[in-house]
Design a protein around this ligand. Structure first.
Ligand SMILES: Cc1cc2nc3c(=O)[nH]c(=O)nc-3n(C[C@H](O)[C@H](O)[C@H](O)COP(=O)(O)OP(=O)(O)OC[C@H]3O[C@@H](n4cnc5c(N)ncnc54)[C@H](O)[C@@H]3O)c2cc1C
Ligand code: SF4
Length: 711
């Protein structure tokens, strides 16, 4: 079915109706829409408007209003989705600000009931502190990704290995017990094993399942990280007709998740980290099965290129120098009730590997210092950030960044993938969840020229042939979205893709849920954020932007949507987000708005009030320059913006007070008594400056600028 164009919906009337019917926030301004137009994926689509619900009733009313107006719908959590599933020409419901609580933890049954906007680490912290329980799959974005996003993307992580050995299974879907969902037609259902909560839907799902059962058994690869496609296999009788699991991973294309009950598992309180070195990444991968026999909690791989990239960026220098000598590494985590128990498991593995002699690792190191262990894990988690922008090298992008094969085939897959990349002239570190055959990469695609985009497309075709020839999945954790959905017929065959269509139609007969994603998708090369039209204006700037080859435009592309600035605690980035929990007051939001100001059709270059408003709360503390994995330097971008914004205009009084302090001090020193007399008056010199203006979102904004901001 054709996705709806924005102008087919009367956005003004919809906005009006939403304002009248919900307690939460309704945001349809140009800046609001621009803010939600992109994530870390290669795509950009301007939404129709944003709703930030305060209550579940707000969500019900929002869906009702969208239905009334025929508007497509999309949910959003942390906005870290990497496959283009979190952007669309739709009304976006942002669950992250208010609907983000733990409803209940039942330690006896090892279950937790959560709201969809709850951040994973918020549950993990409480469950561990109070019950020594945890949620298994932990994406690298665990500090800010939400349960809604994880369930809808079917996320995984380092501890998916733990969830595979000691819990219900490696993926988020395996760890879902029950979902509270809302359909576009207004039906609210409690979906679990055995039922969708609606007899008619059960009947149709059973009929669909029976018709396709043999094909599902034949075509679904039996590997830990099959994330591509809908989970029709969970409807099979041998899997208990688990409708909640089948609905997980549907990327907002079938239903809106209002709440979830998820499985928890015991979290061994003490961990040990063993690092194994090999002659190369593929050799390391060849040995994952030896390690898996020992049932670790995590088994990750990093290659030499990732370490070289980190070294080039001057990151984690000390930790890198302490790794055992080699050119490919396995990071193995064991757990226990005591340090001795965890270490003993690691030593047992070491003893066995030693017996392999030359066929074993070239080096082994069992860490005994928790801060050092934390740093080694940080090296692994920093992967995407460390590979995005390397000095003197072309920019890199997602697109083929989470393919997965059976772990026993990983070594050969890495060799073949390396050869394929060489053929196309692409480069990337190859690291990731080796224990489950899932490989991360970030390739230097050219997404700005027709030829480059065509080459990227050809590479994706050949890479998908390759992964399927190894019995793998085109997505091993980030989902299909738009980056991979077009390839699903290749992986599952046309008949099963027809089954996906029928599955979606059962839940969303009007096809208004996240249209153009997963099934009947936009093409991989549609809606590119860059693309052949990418031609930012050449602006004259005050700063030199050395890390961005002198380009302000490039400095605004630096944010790759990781979302670390949406952490709610820890680190120094970003204080204004921590207080407001507003996307526009995060480093990412501000960087995205500056990108939109230069390239989008909605915002005014240098004079936009909404960009001003977003930058206004930046304290210029420079927290982002050190904490942000790709070193977005917001204070510099803010100073640049303000200098243009104020060109030919009066600045706030505070700016003159600070900016001219040297001259004022010189004059004051000539008549100190007079100055002391004047400055001891009761009235403060730092009162709010200048006129107030109405922003496009309708709010009133002042013009206080910080000293650095007014530079
Ligand atoms: C640097 C980086 C590292 C990453 N590492 C990992 C990793 O290790 N493992 C991994 O699995 N993923 C990883 N990801 C991808 C991403 O972080 C995960 O998929 C994450 O779980 C998404 O959560 P979110 O809250 O940000 O979701 P969002 O991006 O907000 O949403 C993701 C999808 O879920 C849907 N959705 C959100 N809320 C709801 C709801 N209430 N109802 C219905 N649908 C909803 C959205 O519409 C969208 O389709 C990484 C991403 C980045 C940028
Ligand atoms: S400099 Fe601004 S954007 Fe960066 S962390 Fe500080 S307040 Fe946030």
């Amino acid at each position: 079915m054709r996705p709806v164009a924005a102008d087919e919906v009367d956005a003004r009337r919809l906005e009006h109706d939403l304002r009248a019917s919900i307690k939460g926030e309704v945001r349809f301004s140009a800046g609001d829409r621009a803010l939600y137009s992109a994530t870390g994926a290669n795509y950009r689509q301007l939404p129709i408007g944003i709703v930030i619900p305060r209550t579940v009733d707000d969500v019900l009313a929002t869906v009702a209003a969208c239905r009334e107006h025929g508007a497509p719908l999309l949910s959003r959590g942390g906005g870290t989705g990497l496959a283009g599933q979190t952007t669309n020409v739709a009304v976006v419901i942002d669950f992250s600000k208010y609907l983000n609580r733990i409803v209940e933890i039942d330690p006896e049954r090892r279950l937790a009931r959560v709201e969809p906007g709850l951040i994973l680490d918020h549950l993990r912290k409480t469950a561990e502190a109070e019950h020594q329980l945890t949620f298994g799959p932990d994406p690298s974005t665990h500090e800010y990704c939400t349960f809604g996003g994880m369930i809808a993307s079917n996320s995984c992580g380092v501890r998916s290995v733990m969830a595979q050995f000691y819990g219900p299974g490696p993926r988020t879907s395996d760890n879902v017990h029950e979902l509270d969902v809302l359909l576009y037609d207004g039906r609210r259902l409690q979906v679990r094993e055995g039922t969708s909560g609606d007899p008619e839907i059960d009947r149709r799902l059973t009929e669909l399942r029976d018709r396709y059962a043999d094909l599902i058994r034949a075509r679904y690869p039996d590997i830990p990280r099959r994330v591509s496609g809908y989970n029709l296999d969970d409807l099979l009788p041998e899997k208990g007709f688990h409708v909640a699991r089948a609905l997980a991973g549907t990327e907002s294309t079938c239903a809106t998740i209002l709440g979830a009950t998820v499985h928890l598992l015991h979290s061994p309180p003490v961990r040990s980290l063993l690092v194994l070195a090999y002659g190369g990444a593929a050799e390391a991968a060849d040995h994952v099965m030896d390690v898996l026999e020992h049932k670790p909690l995590g088994l990750e791989g990093v290659d030499e290129t990732l370490l070289e990239d980190m070294t080039m960026l001057g990151k984690h220098k000390q930790e890198l120098s302490l790794l055992p000598k080699g050119r490919g590494w396995l990071l193995v985590e064991f757990g226990g009730e005591t340090k001795e128990e965890a270490d003993e498991k690691a030593r047992k593995l070491m003893a066995e590997l030693k017996k392999k002699g030359k066929d074993g690792p070239t080096g082994m190191k069992l860490y005994d210092d928790p801060p050092a262990e934390k740093h080694v894990w940080a090296v692994r988690e920093a992967g995407l950030g460390a590979t995005a922008f390397l000095p003197g090298k072309p920019d890199t992008y997602e697109g083929w960044e989470d393919s997965a094969v059976p772990p026993e085939r990983l070594g050969q897959y890495l060799r073949d993938l390396g050869k394929l990349a060489d053929k196309f002239g692409y480069e990337s570190a190859l690291y990731g969840h080796y224990g489950q055959g899932c490989v991360h990469a970030r390739w230097n695609f050219d997404l700005k020229t027709a030829e480059g985009i065509e080459t990227y497309r050809r590479f994706i075709e050949e890479a998908s042939d390759l992964v399927l020839s190894h019995g793998g999945s085109i997505s091993g954790e980030h989902g299909d979205g738009q980056s991979r959905a077009e390839l699903l017929p290749k992986m599952f065959g046309e008949e099963l893709v027809e089954a996906f269509r029928e599955f979606k139609s059962i839940w969303d007969p009007a096809w208004k849920m996240n249209p153009g994603k997963v099934v009947d998708p936009y093409r991989i090369t549609d809606n590119l954020r860059l693309g052949t039209d990418y031609s930012p204006p050449l602006v004259k700037t005050h700063f030199s932007y050395k890390a961005d080859e002198g380009s302000f435009a490039h400095a605004t592309t630096r944010c790759v949507g990781i979302g670390k600035c949406r952490r709610t605690e820890g680190g120094v980035m970003c204080p204004s987000y921590m207080v407001t929990r507003e996307e526009k007051h995060s480093t990412r939001g501000r960087a995205h708005l500056l990108w939109e100001m230069l390239n989008g059709e909605e915002l005014d270059l240098w004079r936009d009030e909404e960009v001003f408003e977003a930058l206004d709360l930046c304290l210029s503390c420079k927290g982002c320059t050190s904490d942000c994995p790709v070193n977005v330097d917001l204070p510099t971008l803010k100073a640049e913006f303000l200098s243009h914004y104020y060109q030919g205009r009066l600045r706030p009084r505070t700016a003159y007070a600070f900016g001219l302090i040297d001259q004022a001090a010189r004059i004051a020193s000539k008549a100190p008594a007079l100055v002391n007399f004047v400055t001891q008056t009761r009235r403060s010199a730092t009162s709010r400056p200048s006129p107030r203006r109405r922003s496009r979102s309708g709010s009133r904004t002042g013009r206080s600028g910080t000293a650095a901001g007014a530079a």
